[in-house]
Design a protein around this ligand. Sequence first.
Ligand code: GTR
Length: 400
Amino acid sequence: MKTLSKSFYLLTLLIAIICSPNLFAQEQFNYDESKVPDLVLPDPFVSTNGEIIKSVDDWESIRRPELMRLFAENVYGGIPRDFDEIHFNVSTDSDHLYKEVAMKKNVTIRVTRNGKAQTVNLFVFLPLEEKGPHPVFLLISHRNVQGLLEDKEDRFFPIEQIVRRGYAAAIYDVEDVSPDDKDRFANGILESLYPEELKNSGGMRGLAAWAWGAMRAMDYFESENAIDHKRASLVGHSRGGKAALWAGANDKRWAVVISNESGCGGAALSRRRFGETVKRINTNFPYWFNDNFKTFNDREDALPIDQHLLAACIAPRSIYFASAIEDQWADPKGEFLSFKLGSRVYTDIYGIKVDLPESFENHQRTVHTNSMGYHIREGKHNLTLYDWERFMDFVDKEFK
Ligand code: GTR
């Protein structure tokens, strides 16, 4: 009898293990607000040396450069600015789904450095109805761009709606710059143009490379008469949103920087450890951030920055954070808090009157205030037409 119950027990255990293959591998992620640790965050207004930051000059000459260096060294790697030549090969494409409303330009951006070259394909749709130069939205896309351009029903990049509102719509595929893949990520600018970055533990990896791509698209906008490059908005969703924030912080040519549900390593505060954590993102996507970021796995409190300071580094240019209620993995509350805390630089340093809700719990769904736009919508993790319409409402107002 005893042997029987023992073997029954062992059998049950075996079945349990087989039925849940991740039993031992799976880590627990926190979705319980009461378990979020008390937050002690780095202060935007005290430099590492203890200087008190009070003026635009203090911010721009001391604290902002210091923060940008800390983000580069510890999180994303810097974005190299040097290359030998850049060339744009532009052709007009008349065979596309949006010919009723837009002119399509296919742009091959060719960049050379030390005898090696990299090409990035940029697709630009210009409104037919209105006279240029047109303000522009650029989407950093980690979804297959050819697929998006051939599917009118997909509203991830709603070309028709964007051009009908008088904006140019531009997109490139991160694959052209640095493939979104653990084994292949170096097969782009990291091998061709900037191989030294890979040897540096604080060097550029995937996300910073994608951000470099957005900067090259901006180089093209500057050369294109049909585009009003001074009224350019950079958009990224999720991993693309992380890259958009880093590109926007580095490149002041972007008038508006928009993060859609970028979560961990993007809009959300790392120290909250709500949903995705630093350790988890570094484990699943080791090629997005630099090697130094991995030393903060399970040590978020040791980070010399947190993500509210990245939002702050975009000030006084316009910034937008969007979240989705069911996208708990990206920590909507952590995104709101970093937005709210980042707003202190807009108000206290730049004197911009920003009217944001006091707390996440009492927030309105959409808040478009001076230089700062925010919304949280129903539903899951995605970039939708609803999101784009809110972005365009905000940008209309900003550019008025
Ligand atoms: C998830 C990742 C997130 C986010 C997302 C996405 O798997 O954990 O950080 O970037 O992918 O890009 O859709």
